[in-house]
Ligand binder design. Structure first.
Ligand SMILES: Nc1nc2c(ncn2[C@@H]2O[C@H](COP(=O)(O)OP(=O)(O)OP(=O)(O)O)[C@@H](O)[C@H]2O)c(=O)[nH]1
Length: 292
């Protein structure tokens, strides 16, 4: 059988379930998820290895109308990613009406060279009847190359999705070594895990104000010492992140450390500092420093 390999990405409105799906397909926690829209900021690749194919998955931030410089940069990043992949899965949650946002994205991706599939996500949240209804609505939205319903949390139909993605990839030799699941630098993954922990339980606009940079990683006897800075935009936000007598920050550190230890397979000491970078989302110099 001819080996196939190539790039695939999932697009869709914020909260459509793209990161959860990517994690489920790759089988390891590499992209962070949260129940807040616009959590994803970095393009993260995961590789699905199969005997006859390699599907390289690229994660993109949710597309939305830019209100800040950060929003604009994210939009550019998404469009650049779209132009480089072989197949695009437009994710639409089964528990939400197909809407204008989906139509807008479908029209944009239709212009590209990639095959475009519809992926109806979160099937576990709806009845069979509702799902059938949604699939019909999706069919009317756009002439998709395929329509695949999946439940990333339950693992429902993921095999079928991989098969369909594979069928749209070009014949190609293996692009990544066996067993390698991501080429994202460790530092970025670690920063994302800290950010994920810091996002838990915060409200309103604060999620968008948090950025994390890993400043240093020092291997010591039996453990890895990691220094990371958590950036917020205002002193009031700093107080929220730190919590009463440091209680929130401590919980953030504990949760992040557990995930990082799982990722790296070694003991970790995590040193977190909260810093204020005034209005960093609107400041080009700060954005560059924070990796955008
Ligand atoms: N029940 C259920 N919930 C899901 C499923 N997939 C995702 N979710 C939930 O939906 C929410 C959004 O999922 P994400 O994977 O972060 O969505 P996203 O599209 O990557 O979001 P952005 O990063 O904002 O673009 C989270 O609370 C997930 O737990 C699913 O298959 N079933």
């Amino acid at each position: 059988m001819e080996f196939r390999a190539g790039f695939a990405c999932f697009v869709g409105r914020p909260n459509a379930g793209k990161s959860t799906l990517l994690n489920a397909l790759v089988g390891q926690k590499i992209a962070i998820t949260s129940n807040r829209p616009q959590t994803t900021r970095h393009v993260i690749r995961g590789v699905v290895h199969q005997p006859d194919a390699q599907v390289i998955l690229v994660d993109t931030p949710g597309l939305h109308r830019p209100r800040t410089l950060l929003g604009e940069r994210l939009g550019d990043l998404v469009r650049q990613t779209w132009s480089e992949v072989d197949v695009i899965g437009l994710c639409m949650p089964a528990d939400e009406e197909v809407g204008r946002g989906d139509r807008f994205i479908a029209a944009e991706v239709a212009e590209l060279k990639a095959s475009v599939l519809a992926v109806v996500t979160k099937t576990d949240l709806v009845s069979r009847e509702k799902l059938a209804e949604r699939l019909l609505a999706v069919q009317d939205l756009h002439p998709f190359a395929d329509i695949v319903p999946v439940g990333a949390v339950t693992g429902d139909n993921l095999d079928r999705l991989v098969d369909v993605l594979k069928s749209h990839l070009p014949a190609s030799p293996q692009l990544y070594p066996d067993g390698m699941i991501t080429d994202e630098p460790e530092q970025v993954l670690i920063a994302e895990m800290v950010r994920e922990a810091a996002l838990e339980g915060v409200r309103d606009e604060l999620p968008h104000s948090i950025a994390v940079v890993v400043e240093e990683m020092l291997p010591e006897e039996g453990l890895l010492r990691i220094f990371a800075d958590v950036y917020v935009e205002r002193p009031s936000q700093k107080a929220i992140v730190i919590g009463h007598r440091g209680s929130r920050l401590k919980a953030v550190g504990t949760q992040a450390r557990a995930h990082i230890e799982e990722l790296l397979g070694r003991r970790v000491y995590l040193d977190l500092h909260v810093r204020v970078a005034k209005d960093w989302q609107r400041d080009p110099r700060q954005l560059r420093k924070l990796g955008f």
